[in-house]
Ligand binder design. Structure first.
Ligand code: SF4
Length: 346
């Protein structure tokens, strides 16, 4: 068997950052010695060995991995995580601190310590501490930044997405793209069928335009979220203070979740991007060439369900495009507010 890693070399002679992180991850996991050959794909040089391989296998991302078996078959990996998982299943992942007992008091201390730290450092702490018992709540928008950073830590983690059944087709396609790009699993949380059928039977498919969004969000978002969180000890969200001064201006970086409970009761909520601005998030997405939801190119900023999201108008705040027919202070779906979830939640 022969394992090859194809790395990209940029026009200025540097290795691409993502390739360097992948290499570091392989070293951390003790898999680097098992790479038989490193092949360089030179940016702008279509005849370089790595570029030829990329063309042959139809790969557009770097790094990627080629595994040639003794029987002549070949396996291509576009994701370092998938490569590690399948090629080195027995390699121990980074040890997770066990039996960490966190209280509201210790979380307050951690909040102070991490309040001004970079998001990557906050995510590293979270995943070192909780591993797969920490889930990233991925909305299918610019919070892809959280997944990128989690991958970079090299620690295990979980990802879920609330599949309300009313997302844009572009969002579903983006979820699939992210799943393949990183080689990760994304759990889709669906609404409870009987609660949903009862709502639609009684009020139809667009009751939120007349009754307000809370009832529909309660069934399609809050209850599935509540169900998802019961499997975890901590969750990571993409909430930022600059998203909405009226509803998110006080978002903390680390705190006990006051709305939901986790598998052991206390649930830790982590908002690594709390202090970042939209411009900083987009600077990161573009610099790292991350995949993003194509709706952003059509003027959408904060992306939720299709019937309840529109691009904000010039001068409007980014969440002004969500439930635009309602009062500004009510434009939250119940996922991030400290209140008893709606009566529709089980
Ligand atoms: S955002 Fe709109 S469609 Fe989606 S769950 Fe809430 S009210 Fe329902």
């Amino acid at each position: 068997m022969k394992r090859m890693m194809v790395k990209k070399r940029l026009l200025d002679g540097r290795d691409c950052e993502k390739c360097l992180h992948a290499e570091e991850l392989l070293r951390q996991r003790g898999a680097w010695e098992q790479i038989d050959q490193v092949i360089i794909a030179e940016e702008g040089n279509e005849t370089s060995e790595g570029m030829v391989l990329a063309g042959r296998y139809g790969v557009e991302v770097a790094p990627f991995f080629v595994v040639q078996s003794d029987d002549g078959s070949e396996q291509i990996y576009r994701s370092v995580l998938q490569f590690l998982r399948e090629q080195f299943p027995d390699t121990p992942s980074e040890s997770i601190r066990e039996s960490v007992v966190l209280s509201a008091e210790s979380l307050a201390v951690l909040e102070q310590a991490y309040a001004s730290r970079p998001p990557l450092e906050i995510i590293t702490w979270a995943l070192q501490t909780f591993g797969q018992e920490c889930a990233i709540a991925f909305s299918g928008a610019e919070d892809v930044v959280l997944i990128e950073m989690a991958v970079r830590t090299g620690y295990p983690f979980s990802v879920f997405c609330l599949d309300t059944g009313r997302l844009h087709p572009e969002t579903y396609q983006f979820l699939e793209r992210v799943r393949k790009y990183y080689g990760i699993e994304i759990s889709l949380m669906a609404p409870d069928t009987s609660a949903l059928q009862a709502l639609v039977k009684k009020k139809g498919l667009f009751s939120f335009y007349t009754d307000g969004h809370k009832e529909c969000c309660g069934i399609r978002k809050v209850e599935p979220l509540k169900r998802a969180l019961r499997s975890y000890r901590a969750w990571i969200t993409g909430q930022r203070r600059d998203q909405s001064p009226s509803t998110r201006g006080e978002v903390l970086v680390i705190h006990p979740d006051e709305a939901f409970v986790g598998k052991e009761g206390l649930l830790v909520k982590i908002n690594p991007l709390a202090g970042w601005t939209s411009a900083k998030v987009w600077g990161y997405i573009r610099a790292q060439e991350l995949p993003y939801n194509p709706l952003h190119d059509r003027g959408f900023v904060s992306i939720g369900c299709e019937p309840c999201t529109r691009p904000p108008r010039p001068g409007e705040h980014e969440r002004a495009g969500r439930w635009w027919w309602e009062e500004e202070t009510k434009r939250e779906c119940g996922l991030h507010i400290a209140e008893t979830p709606t009566t529709t939640a089980s």
